[in-house]
Structure formats: structure tokens, C-alpha cells
Design a protein around this ligand. Structure first.
Ligand code: PAF
Length: 283
């Protein structure tokens, strides 16, 4: 029977547990999560297992990355199921700090990411988000001191922000981006998919279909502006409230007008009912 991962909830006990790995010269991979794990997260775990001897998964629903009007209180918390999944995957350690351990009374320091964090994508609609992510991720890196960390490409701008932070602050670890895992109908896996009504769940995969179609048209030489305008209309006509659908340089996230400005990435954020979905695709 697989062994249940060691669960740590305070920084001193976490450090003690990690010291055992370090003493034996074992490398450590960190997979940061907010729990509500799905197959996309488990794919990150499997990639982590290929990259290091020991895998630590953090589970922490980070209040600092939610605006007051967002879904912090109703964000799905499924710790027992998460533990069962991580046990089956053979994860070594789960770092599930209490809110007090992460943000003790008097906590007053925040990372202010720029560059990709100001690309005019997620940051335009969630201005608080990347500061909250960068702060908690920097803390997780300092707490766990991993050799490598795995982030999903589904949160593409987040992956860029974390990569930039690690480079800028000389953090001694490697950031690996993992491909998005999709449902059979193309919907990108996300903990927030649990919010979708049956009707909206039926409509949701259209986002991926439109992105794929647009990527194909851009590749075959159609003008980017026209393709993106038509793609945006298709998304809106299906009943989504569109925040953005943009073609950007895949490395810098700078706006593009031609394939010569590439490599290109299409990025989308749209609301269906009360659920906000984000996704992206390479051209
Ligand atoms: O992508 C997420 O689940 C979160 O933004 C992260 C990286 C775990 C930080 O809270």
C-alpha cells in the first residue's frame, strides 16, 4: 500500500523534515498548489518526480492573491481527497501551512513584480493578483528551498512572473513550465471548473476550440487583427463575458501585430455565468 505523505503545518517542523532529505543529499522538487487537486496538478507531480528525488506539494489557499470581491471564502477546499490523490502518486511531503504560519501577525513585506506582471492581461482585471502570488511563492521557495519547481502553463502569465522573479532575485532553483492538461472536449483542467453549471460546462470548451481555430488561421497567414476580432466575437456570441483575447509574444508577453513578432501565444480570459476561465495556446 502506498505510504501517506508526511504533512507539515509549521515552519520549524517543515525544516526538520526537509533536513532529512538534504542530509541524504536528495534533491527536492516543489509543486505549489491551492489544493482542490485535479489531474492537471497530478501531471505536475509526475513531472516533479522525474526532476528530483523528493517531491513536496504545498497546499495553501493564499488570501493575498484574492481581491475582497473574489472567491477566497468559497474556493474549493478538499484536503482529504487531495491527500488520497497525493498518497496514490507517492508524494513525499505535503506542506500545508496554517494562515498564521504563512502570514503571522504583523506581516508587512510584499513582493511587487513588474515586467510580465504588468503585461496588461490578468493584471488589468486582477490588479492585486501577481503581488499576492509573487509574495507567497517567494515565501514557499524560501521555506522549502527546492532545487526545482513545476508550474502549469495554463496560468501562463503567472509562470512568466515566477520565472522573472527567480531570475531577478537570484533564487537558486529552476522553474519548469508543464503543458496544460485538458478534458476530452478540450476544456483546460482547473479547480474553478467545479463552479460550472451543467449548461455552462457544455459551453466552456468553446474557448479552446476558438483558440485552436484562431491559431490555425494565424499560422496559415491570415492577418492577426482580423482573426482575433472574429475569435472574440465567437466567444462573446457563445455567451461568455470576455475580459481579453490577445495574441502576444510567447516570451515577453508584448503585443504583436504579425507572425514576425513571434513566437506567438494566444491568451484568453472570459466569464461564463459566475465562473472566470483562463486559457492559452501556442501558435
Ligand atoms: O496557481 C496557483 O495555484 C497559485 O497561484 C499558487 C502558485 C499556488 C500560489 O498561491
Amino acid at each position: 500500500m502506498p505510504r501517506r505523505p508526511d504533512v507539515q503545518r509549521s515552519i520549524p517542523t517543515l525544516r526538520k523534515a526537509l533536513a532529512q532529505f538534504r542530509r541524504r543529499g536528495e534533491t527536492i522538487a516543489l509543486v505549489p498548489t491551492m489544493g482542490a487537486l485535479h489531474d492537471g496538478h497530478l501531471a505536475l507531480v509526475r513531472l516533479a518526480q522525474k526532476r528530483a528525488r523528493r517531491v513536496v506539494v504545498s497546499i495553501f489557499v493564499n488570501p493575498a492573491q484574492f481581491a475582497p470581491i473574489e472567491d477566497f471564502s468559497k474556493y474549493p477546499r478538499t484536503f482529504a481527497q487531495d491527500m488520497a490523490a497525493l498518497t496514490a502518486e507517492g508524494v513525499d511531503l505535503v506542506w500545508a501551512p496554517t494562515e498564521k504560519a504563512m502570514y503571522p501577525e504583523g506581516f508587512a513585506t510584499r513582493i511587487a513584480p513588474a515586467g510580465p506582471a504588468n503585461a496588461g492581461l490578468e493584471d488589468r482585471f486582477r490588479p492585486h493578483f501577481f503581488g499576492g502570488v509573487a509574495t507567497v511563492v517567494a515565501k514557499l521557495f524560501l521555506q522549502v528551498a527546492p532545487d526545482v519547481t513545476i508550474f502549469g502553463q495554463k496560468d501562463y502569465q503567472q509562470l512568466k512572473v515566477v520565472t522573472q522573479m527567480v531570475r531577478d532575485l537570484d533564487m537558486p532553483l529552476k522553474v519548469v513550465g508543464a503543458p496544460t492538461i485538458r478534458e476530452k472536449d478540450g476544456l483546460a483542467m482547473s479547480s474553478r471548473n467545479a463552479y460550472l453549471s451543467a449548461e455552462n460546462r457544455r459551453i466552456a470548451p468553446l474557448l479552446h476550440r476558438v483558440m485552436k481555430d484562431c491559431a490555425g488561421k494565424i499560422k496559415s497567414g491570415e492577418p492577426i487583427a482580423r482573426v482575433m476580432t472574429n475569435g472574440s466575437a465567437a466567444i462573446t456570441n457563445a455567451g461568455f463575458g470576455l475580459d481579453y483575447f490577445e495574441a502576444r509574444n510567447a516570451d515577453t508577453l508584448a503585443p504583436v501585430t504579425s507572425v514576425k513578432d513571434g513566437p506567438l501565444r494566444l491568451l484568453v480570459a472570459a466569464k461564463i455565468g459566475q465562473t472566470r476561465l483562463i486559457d492559452n495556446i501556442a501558435v
